[in-house]
Design a protein around this ligand. Structure first.
Ligand SMILES: [Zn+2]
Length: 207
């Protein structure tokens, strides 16, 4: 069964790309501020993995809020970068792309244990969306094979080399890491964790 990975250019989906070598990597510029840097990262990672890459630009920025569009977070926002219905939106777009390609039957997303802070990072959300997607023509499902893993464990298990991980972009606010947002903080914490637990692996290339 063919799989399409939503490749954001961040650490988690990059590790999944390296690990699973899906049939297609899909990048979506949905109007997020760091889209150019994310796209550059995603394209390079897909090239390194050696898988087909498709990028689409669908400007949804009028629907966004928080750091990803440079505006104030809504009262409902659990985190400063929260974008209403983002995962639902992106998975739906990716499924439409996968359906056009014919042989793809599931969308793989890079959710990890830390993502449960948002409702669309939970198992309940993924199960419900998988059900809704499969009710529709094409019967494309949703998979999150690393959902029970931490980012550090996923990266370690994937075997992604530091020089490939070094291409990833995690900042929510900008094309250049702001070093203040949750994305930047997570990126740095994961690198520290990897280096502390497996010091034999050089992290020079990703620091
Ligand atoms: Zn940042």
């Amino acid at each position: 069964m063919g799989k399409a990975l939503l490749l954001s250019g961040g650490m988690d989906s990059a590790a999944l790309a390296w690990w699973l070598k899906p049939d297609l990597a899909v990048f979506i510029d949905y109007g997020q501020r760091p889209a150019a840097a994310e796209k550059r990262a995603a394209e390079k990672i897909a090239e390194e993995v050696g898988i087909p890459f498709e990028a689409v630009h669908i400007d949804c920025s009028p629907l966004g809020s928080g750091q990803l569009v440079g505006s104030a977070a809504l009262p409902e926002a659990p985190t400063p970068e929260w974008w209403p219905y983002r995962n639902q939106l992106l998975i739906t777009m990716a499924a439409a792309i996968a359906l056009r390609r014919g042989h793809l039957k599931s969308i793989v997303i890079g959710s990890v244990a830390e993502d449960e802070v948002n409702a669309d990072g939970t198992a309940a959300f993924r199960l419900a969306l998988d059900t809704v997607m499969k009710l529709q023509e094409g019967c494309i499902g949703v998979e999150a094979p690393a959902a029970s893993m931490t980012s550090t464990d996923l990266i370690r298990a994937s075997g992604i080399p530091p020089e490939v991980l070094g291409w990833t972009h995690s900042c929510f606010a900008s094309d250049v890491p702001c070093l203040r947002c949750r994305g930047c903080n997570k990126h740095l914490n994961v690198l520290d964790d990897l280096h502390r637990r497996w010091p034999q692996i050089s992290c020079d290339a990703v620091s």
